[in-house]
Ligand binder design. Structure first.
Ligand SMILES: Cc1cc2nc3c(=O)[nH]c(=O)nc-3n(C[C@H](O)[C@H](O)[C@H](O)COP(=O)(O)OP(=O)(O)OC[C@H]3O[C@@H](n4cnc5c(N)ncnc54)[C@H](O)[C@@H]3O)c2cc1C
Length: 460
């Protein structure tokens, strides 16, 4: 087998995988490179535009990075994003808290629906424009660190690349880092997506999460896109009512028969694709580095164990990886110890929230009334509480937010009320959400349904 990289195939850093994690790493490495250094390659096995099964919900920290790259402004100008201001969640006992979308919302809590098919390519092209060499159709099949201190990276078509540092950002299966013995665990979560054609559904809001008991602590989510298409997503979080391999059955037996989901989909719904599923690697890994190697994004399990959201954390990790690699290349120290700084910085930036998120997931499964209580308080206190709650749920604010007296006291009082009220009747109350509060602007039928008349039909 050839052992010499062709001229032009030698780099300071090779990034494997051009998802949000890898492309962000390449962008920040290449941006502002002086005298062409560092030389960065971004190897992607697919050709853009390529799809990635996802709920398409981009949380605030991801939007901030997209803005810094100039990508968000471009997408906004072209009308390809949807601000999911009109949204909220339905608790296990059908307590509905969906905001009307009138409030402006704090920038730290914004969530946009953007199709991955569109946005992932824009980030990769931004990295290319910044100076990274984007090589599409480059399926990395092997990588080894030679005694000369250079990585030899091989692709399926027999090409060989060399670099001083390697970034594995190849997604949740994490094949590269597993092959190199850095990541040893298999992914534990699972999620699915199905696109629904715009104009064929009955969904009025922008983004709503449903927490029926059959999938807790996971959930079903609907996000509406710029063109009225809907991303119907569902998340199986480990340790709860469902396991990943059951997802197709849960779809057929529960989600498609769920009266609330039926109501938002309506009688004329058209699916644009079959059910698409992919694993979720949640809550971080023990070690996301080795000598001359960093693991970024889903490959390192940098996905929140409560929500299954990982775009923003992958991008945050990408930026941290780029900063750390730049320092390392400047100092010439690419040792394991120097790479460990990346792991620690990610831990401080977002990873230390993961244990609290995992605990919150276990709690919502054991005491679903907590979500009912949160919804009741949010209904009473309106958008301000919802923002604070949403920020903590999406990892923008620390989970200790739940312990602040302004949040904890009303939540505790509402929890006691819920426990007294609804013990054992959760599923029945969930169904009744369809008919609750017909006069309230933010009730389920008014906030979520284009045609509220279909609510009754969905129950039959
Ligand atoms: C169904 C579903 C719904 C989700 N919904 C949301 C959501 O709404 N919001 C959110 O924030 N997160 C969501 N997530 C999680 C989110 O998709 C990931 O956290 C995010 O994609 C991580 O980005 P990444 O760059 O690390 O990995 P990926 O996006 O998976 O990118 C990895 C890239 O590596 C490439 N690659 C793989 N192997 C090789 C190879 N051998 N050689 C070269 N290239 C390779 C792949 O083609 C891909 O482009 C969801 C996940 C699933 C499965």
């Amino acid at each position: 087998m050839q052992d010499r990289a062709r001229p032009g195939a030698e780099f300071d850093v090779i990034v494997v995988g051009a998802g949000p994690g890898g492309a962000t790493t390449a962008y920040y490495l290449a941006k502002g490179a002086a005298d062409g250094t560092p030389r960065v390659a971004l190897l992607e096995k697919e050709h853009f535009p390529r799809d990635k099964f996802c709920g398409d919900a981009w949380c605030a920290p991801a939007l901030d990075i997209l803005e810094d790259m100039g990508v968000l402004q471009e997408l906004e100008a072209e009308g390809l994003v949807r601000d999911t201001r009109a949204g909220g969640f339905i608790s296990p006992a059908g307590e509905c808290c969906v905001s009307s979308g009138q409030a402006t919302g704090a920038p730290g809590t914004r969530v946009y629906a953007i199709k991955r098919m569109i946005c992932d390519e824009r980030i990769a092209r931004a990295a290319q424009k910044a100076g990274a060499e984007l090589i599409e159709g480059a399926n990395v099949t092997a990588a080894e660190l030679g005694e000369d201190g250079f990585w030899r990276v091989r692709t399926g078509d027999g090409a060989l690349f060399r670099s001083r540092a390697l970034v594995a950002a190849d997604g949740a299966p994490s094949k590269l880092a597993r092959r190199l013995g850095v990541v040893n665990e298999a992914p534990t979560g699972f999620a699915a997506r199905q696109y629904i054609k715009g104009g064929t559904h009955n969904f009025r809001a922008d983004g709503v999460l449903f927490y029926p008991t059959y999938i807790l602590p996971g959930y079903v989510a609907l996000f509406r896109h710029y063109n009225d298409d809907i991303d119907l997503g569902s998340y199986v979080i480990p340790g709860g009512a469902a396991i990943g391999k059951d997802l197709p059955r849960i779809y057929e037996e529960r989600i498609r028969r769920d009266p609330l989901i039926r109501a938002v989909l309506g009688p004329r719904v058209e699916y644009l694709e079959p059910l698409r599923m992919a694993p979720l690697r949640l809550g971080g890994v023990e070690r996301s580095y080795a000598r001359q190697l960093l693991v970024v994004g889903d490959a390192a399990g940098q996905t929140d164990p409560l929500t299954g959201e990982g775009i923003h954390t992958a991008m945050m990790a990408g930026r941290i990886a780029a900063e750390t690699l730049r320092e390392m290349l400047r100092s010439g120290d690419l040792s394991e110890r120097a790479c460990a700084r990346y792991h620690e910085r990610c831990r401080r930036a977002f990873g230390r929230e993961f244990p609290a998120s995992a605990m919150a997931a276990r709690l919502t499964y054991r005491v679903p009334a907590m979500l009912d209580a949160a919804s009741v308080v949010a209904q009473r206190r309106g958008d301000a509480f919802m923002e604070e709650f949403g920020a903590a749920m999406t990892g923008v604010a620390p989970k200790t937010t739940f312990l602040k007296p302004s949040v904890a006291l009303p939540l505790t009082a509402a929890l006691v009320g819920q426990l007294l009220r609804g013990a054992g009747r959760t599923e029945e109350r969930y169904r009744r959400c369809l008919d609750a509060d017909p006069s309230r602007e933010t009730s389920f039928r008014n906030a979520c349904l284009k045609d509220p008349a279909f609510a009754g039909a969905a129950l039959r």
